[in-house]
Design a protein around this ligand. Structure first.
Ligand code: MOS
Length: 728
């Protein structure tokens, strides 16, 4: 091996397992005596289950049990203050939303369970559903973030005194995570020990939740998610389906597997809530901001859910302005639960802000890149805390250059190509960087491998490869000499949740600490163990270098040393805290998107032609994985802008709860995507300097597309997605 792997293109260490179908996911486990479950869901939007007829289902072939609110499975209620689903399934007869679980059929085979579930009938008392976000807005304020210049009485006064103002309201419907792996659980009890195979973003937290809700000791529950086919937020909590599966296995004294159909995932698992936002900007004639107001009304289901705060990490930090007010409100609706979904508040929030900034560019006649440079912030406008590291200006310049921004004509409908109108648009992205306390274990083994373990999860991002690469770098070994282990709650405590783009930021320091501690432990063993060639030496004279131990003119590799000493392994834990400057700095990632769209003059069809994005995300571990994350996020942005929406009907039914009606980008929607990053270490977040890049790519990608569509057509679409009917 020559030099460190860090920053290079590193192949996935689990790539061969995945592409050969040998990577086990939750539904791939087939323990002895396995039973299969199938859910029954409410078919009304709100009300009460008066009664259910399960007689035909119970008599169907292979059926062992039909659990309902009238023959329940014991589950305790969620903890107060818990922000997921706020009820336990089958514990009462209330119907909170259409699609709520009202039954679980368990049979010998999946087909038998599914067929029997179709035979279950329910009688309801129906109550009218509250489903319209617009009708129920404004919602309840979650607190106002505000800063006004001395002598300015209100944001209204600041806006009124501004020479130029822009007011724009944008809205978007529910969106869904659509992980490649549908939700699935395999629950196995051996005596009072429960093992749950279930995709999870935070294995240890999920195991703790399952233990609490089932009323068993935390030490008796192990959650295994060696491979997880997509997280995106929906696998950070534990949903009722997984809890019921484990509870049924306990009662029936046999393992139970519960695999949701693609359609069931749309309602049984939380979605990104619908949200309406209004941005008002006040500016000087040259575009310098004097006032910024951001109001949001987000969907909050009566059944519980994630509380979207779209202004907090977007408008509250993105630009310099003397007057600012953010009000984030939540609107209670009878919809399925909401949950955080990739760039959960930032993608909607920055769509609103960056659309308004484009409108301000149009109003003032200032170039959109120049407008952003004129309002460049080196500290956040509310608390005046400086950013730990910010090179967004470089992103703008490089992105403008690479995308050919100089070719843009400010006047809409200036460029055509046959029947296609061509437009260029840009937007700026921001996403919080977050370093959690983390732990990892490094173990030198007598087979010549080093095992690096952390109880985090690899949701497809390449976290396992990141562990291996950082271990390889730290120990001076090839990546192939490292065995990385994640996705098991039984690994050492302190594994971080795979959310908030924080795994790399948080875990790299822990892996480095673990490797350093393991080297110290190896040296100590080498001087302490009587069979060691280094026995009795002063440990300060013993040196570890690239897998070898050297002292007193002797050298041996760790494999031979361990064998000589008769020790199968030597290991150590590394634990690290949050960033040292956590209260001194604002930690954020930045980016600049530039895109070219074409819109058909006659049909209104919008297409994305080209996309160029430049990011400032700190230092990068794996160039290949980083590109995959950023390109993937931008493709999500194409979905956000042009395709994804699930409006809810007045009866509480999603209009598009399947992959035929709910559209996500496919290859034909995806242009060439040119992604760059500056690779400047953040000196304040950690020694390594990674700030995380899982979500930043999605932020503002939709705004760049919308701004390009305006440049092409002169039409500003405020309600996403931008479909052809809105461009005619
Ligand atoms: Mo992600 S929405 O931070 O799981």
């Amino acid at each position: 091996m020559t030099g460190s792997p860090l920053g290079r293109e590193i192949d996935r260490v689990d790539g061969p397992l995945k592409v050969t179908g040998n990577a086990p996911y939750a539904a791939d486990y087939r323990p002895e005596g396995l039973l299969h479950g199938y859910l029954v869901q409410a078919t009304v939007g709100r009300g009460t289950v008066r009664g259910m007829d399960v007689s035909r289902a119970e008599a169907a072939p292979g059926v062992l049990a039909v659990f309902t609110p009238f023959r329940s499975l014991p589950l305790s209620s969620p903890q107060p203050g818990h922000s997921g689903e706020n009820y336990s399934a089958l514990q009462d007869t209330a119907v909170r939303f259409r699609g709520q679980i009202i039954g679980l059929v368990v049979a010998e085979t999946f087909e038998q369970a599914r067929d029997a579930a179709a035979l279950v009938t329910a009688d309801y008392t129906i109550t009218p559903s509250r489903t319209s976000l617009a009708a129920a807005s404004p919602g309840v304020s979650q607190g106002v973030l505000q800063k006004l210049a001395p002598g300015v009485p209100s944001i209204e006064a600041a806006l009124a005194a501004s020479p130029v103002t822009v007011s724009t309201t944008v809205s978007q419907h529910a969106q869904h995570h659509i992980a490649m792996e549908p939700h699935a659980t395999t629950a196995v009890w051996v005596d009072d020990q429960l093992t749950v195979y279930c995709g999870a973003q935070a294995p240890q937290r999920a195991a703790a939740t399952i233990a609490a809700r089932l009323g068993v000791d935390r030490a008796k529950v192990r959650l295994i998610c060696r491979h997880t086919g997509g997280g995106f937020g929906q696998r950070s909590p534990v949903w009722n389906e997984a809890l019921l599966c484990a509870a049924a296995a306990r009662v029936l004294k046999r393992p139970v597997k519960l695999v949701l159909s693609r359609e069931q995932v749309f309602t049984a698992i939380g979605h990104r809530g619908a949200v309406r936002q209004t941005i008002r900007l006040g500016a000087e004639a040259d575009g310098r901001l004097l006032a910024l107001s951001h109001d949001s009304d987000g969907e909050l289901p009566a059944a519980g859910g994630w509380q979207m705060m779209p202004g907090r990490d977007t408008s509250a930090v993105a630009y310099r302005t003397p007057n600012i007010r953010i009000d984030q409100r939540l609107v209670t609706l009878d919809t399925p639960p909401t949950w955080s979904m990739r760039a959960p508040a930032e993608a909607p929030g920055m769509f609103a802000l960056e659309t308004a900034m484009d409108e301000l560019a149009v109003r003032t006649g200032v170039d959109p890149v120049e407008l952003r440079l004129r309002n460049y912030a080196s500290a956040d406008p509310i608390e005046s805390r400086p950013f730990s590291s910010k090179h967004l200006d470089e992103c703008y310049r490089l992105g403008a250059q690479r995308s050919g921004w100089h070719r843009r004509q400010a006047r809409p409908r200036s460029r055509t190509d046959g029947d296609w109108l061509i437009g260029l648009g840009m937007a700026s992205a921001i996403y919080p960087a977050w370093r959690q306390a983390a732990s990892a274990r490094a173990r030198f083994r007598d087979d010549g491998m080093v095992a690096i373990a952390s109880a985090t999860s690899d949701i497809g991002t390449g976290a396992r490869t990141m562990l291996a690469a950082v271990g390889a770098d730290e120990l001076g070994l090839p990546v192939s000499s490292i065995e990385a282990e994640v996705g098991d709650s039984a690994l050492p405590p302190g594994g971080v949740g795979a959310y908030g783009s924080s795994v790399t930021t948080s875990t790299v320091p822990a892996v480095q600490a673990a490797c350093r501690a393991a080297v110290t432990a190896l040296v100590k063993a080498a001087v302490d163990n009587p069979k060691s060639p280094f026995a009795g030496l002063d440990p300060a004279t013993v040196r570890y270098r690239r897998g070898r131990i050297e002292a007193g003119g002797r050298a041996t590799d760790f494999r031979s040393l361990l064998r000589t000493m008769g020790m199968p392994s030597v290991e150590a834990l590394g634990s690290t805290g949050p960033a040292a400057g956590a209260d001194q700095y604002r930690f954020h990632c930045f980016g600049a998107h530039f895109c070219e769209v074409r819109v058909h003059r006659l049909t209104g069809e919008p297409r994305v032609n080209r996309f160029t994005s430049v990011f400032d995300v700190g230092r990068v571990v794996n160039a290949k994985a980083a590109r995959g994350q950023l390109v993937g996020s931008i493709i999500w942005g194409i979905g956000h802008a042009l395709l994804e929406a699930d409006p809810i009907e007045p009866d509480g039914r999603f209009a598009a709860a399947n992959l035929a009606d709910y559209l996500v980008p496919v290859h034909a929607d995806t242009p060439e995507i040119d992604v760059h990053w500056l690779d400047r270490p953040d000196p304040h977040i950690s020694e390594f300097g990674a700030r995380g890049l899982g979500e930043i790519g999605l932020v503002s990608a939709a705004a760049a597309i919308g701004n390009a569509v305006f440049n092409a057509t002169g039409i500003r679409v405020h309600d996403l997605p931008i479909t052809l009917d809105k461009l005619l």
